[in-house]
Design a protein around this ligand. Structure first.
Ligand code: NOJ
Length: 532
């Protein structure tokens, strides 16, 4: 893969389609709404959009319960709308990545309807059916990721079916070759329509232990954490034979030119990197969520970057993610000041960055009153703070009552601060976080060192994490103050002069540094280094 491959130097922008832009006034975002905002994405400078599921769905899990893999849910529009979106995006130089949800379907998918119709159904083995144990109890102790047992009893046929998520999301049986073939054809259907790749939902879940052994207890489990954490998922996920399944998907992707396969994987680094596959036959980009999971301090973040760089297989391309529709927003986690530092980190590390819509305007946690909770996880396991609605609220475009998102009632509440925090307003403010994101993206597009350059740790001093990106003669140093006290740090010994290209406060461009550089509280800097 040459270094110019688009998904290596591109920035991916995740759109949660229900919340990006509503075109028809029903309070839920749609495809025509996304079309209306393509100019904004062009202005921002990202290269690709990944759109969370838009397929027909009963929406038990807001589209992650797919009832037809080759259609568009009327909430989001029509297939014509989709085709128009792809061609308009492509005309603007934007790639389009779809969400592919192969681990489970909706219980309303015709495959499952057929599968549950009788034990003799030709589709019976497309899902995971098991008898009760002789004492009538569940086939094993596996739990649903959304709380409660992962097995639901089907009265009519007298067996349990397995679902790693909601009971409305039965797991497909990927050991059945007919399932693999059908799903490969789904990929081809969209690839032929011109999509540039897929983000594959819970790819590490696809294969289960053939013997369905009980998962062992997690002795470190803490009460108040989600129930799923009470067991170690050693038999229900991350099985060795999942890599053959992924290689099969990858072969389909490779039937087409320049497409990308991204895998959603929540695993520690040493397990994660296996998803590049042997001889890179797996996902091009196994999503790296470590920045989401690591404590926000210089020592731990520096150690994590170091560990990840070392663990990558030869030729494996890195990637970084700060947030998504399942995780508390970065600004909610680290605060408004550090959200700027986080933006600089994401957009200057080596590897493909994925941004989450709204992070560029500093959107934080939006409080959801109990009567407006929509997320099934919050409903199933209330009060633990697991709900994902606070990071799925509508994008804020302007100061109008519905923030320019809809003319109707938004499906989730808007951030009450939206009159001050919206694209229109922040665009006009040269010091806003939005202006920072745009400058960072422009710099990354402009400087090969940031895009494809090598990575070198420079210093970890107190709360400052500094590193260099180098390409040919170009040397850029990134110095991030993750703390709230000013600090001075030395420049690398072999380069005594530096020139500020960008501060997270957007005010020091052109400033010279000799021997050392000062950082204000919560400041990040990018400097060009020269020999003195
Ligand atoms: C991961 C998705 O990101 C999440 O939103 C969904 O609930 C589960 N997979 C189940 O599909």
């Amino acid at each position: 893969m040459p270094e110019t491959t688009w998904w290596k130097h591109g920035i991916v922008y995740q759109i949660y389609p229900r919340s990006f832009q509503d075109w028809n006034g029903d309070g839920i975002g749609d495809l025509r709404g996304i079309c209306e905002r393509l100019d904004y994405l062009g202005w921002l400078g990202v290269h690709a959009i990944w759109i969370s599921p838009i397929y027909p769905s009963p929406m038990a899990d807001f589209g992650y319960d797919v009832a037809d893999y080759c259609g568009i849910d009327p909430i989001f529009g029509t297939m014509e709308d989709f085709d128009r979106l792809v061609s308009q995006a492509h005309a603007k130089g934007l790639k389009v990545i779809l969400d592919f949800v192969p681990n489970h379907t909706s219980d309303r998918h015709l495959w499952f309807v057929e599968s549950r119709a009788s034990r003799d159904s030709p589709k019976r083995d497309w899902y995971i059916w098991r008898d009760a144990k002789s004492d009538g109890s569940l086939p094993n102790n596996w739990l649903s990721n959304f709380g409660g047992p992962a097995w639901t009893w089907d009265q009519a046929t007298g067996q349990y079916y397995y679902h790693a998520f909601l009971r409305e999301q039965p797991d497909l049986n990927w050991r059945n070759p007919a399932v693999r073939e059908a799903m490969h054809d789904v990929l081809r259907f969209w690839l032929r329509r011109g999509v540039d790749g897929f983000r594959v939902d819970v790819i590490w879940h696809l294969m289960k232990d053939p013997e369905f052994r009980d998962n062992p207890p997690n002795i470190g489990y803490q009460v108040g954490r989600p129930e799923i954490e009470s067991l170690l998922q050693v038999h229900s996920t991350d099985q060795p034979d999942v890599h053959d399944v992924i290689a099969g998907m990858r072969r389909v992707i490779d039937e087409f030119d320049h497409r990308v396969l991204i895998g959603e994987i929540y695993l520690p680094i040493e397990r994660l990197v296996a998803y590049y596959g042997s001889d890179l036959s797996g996902a091009h980009l196994p999503f790296n969520f470590q920045l989401i999971q690591t404590a926000w301090n210089a020592r731990e973040i520096a150690a994590l970057v170091h560990e990840y760089e070392l663990a990558l297989p030869e030729g494996g391309w890195p990637n970084w993610v700060l947030g998504n529709h399942d995780q508390p927003r970065i600004a909610a986690r680290v605060g408004a000041a550090q959200a700027r530092v986080a933006a600089m980190l994401l957009l200057t590390l080596r590897g493909t960055p994925t941004m989450y819509y709204g992070d560029e305007i500093g959107l934080g946690r939006v409080e959801i009153p109990p009567e407006r909770v929509r997320d099934p996880w919050e409903i199933n396991e209330p009060g633990l703070g697991l709900g994902r609605d606070p990071e799925r609220t509508p994008m804020q475009w302007d100061a109008s009552p519905s923030a320019g998102f809809t003319t109707g009632r938004p499906w989730l509440p808007l951030d009450p601060k939206h009159p001050a925090c919206n694209v229109e307003r922040l665009k006009q403010d040269p010091n806003s976080i939005l202006s920072l994101y745009r400058r960072l993206i422009a710099l990354r597009r402009d400087r090969r060192a940031l895009d494809v350059g090598s990575y070198h740790t420079v210093a970890v001093e107190g709360q400052v994490f500094a590193y260099e990106r180098r390409h040919r003669g170009e040397r850029l140093m990134v110095a991030l103050n993750l703390g709230h006290e000013p600090r001075r740090i030395p420049l690398p010994t072999d380069s005594t002069e530096g020139c500020v290209l960008l501060s997270t406060f957007l005010d020091r461009t052109g400033e010279a540094a000799a021997g050392e550089v000062g950082l204000r509280a919560d400041e990040g800097l990018i400097l060009e280094l020269r020999r003195g």
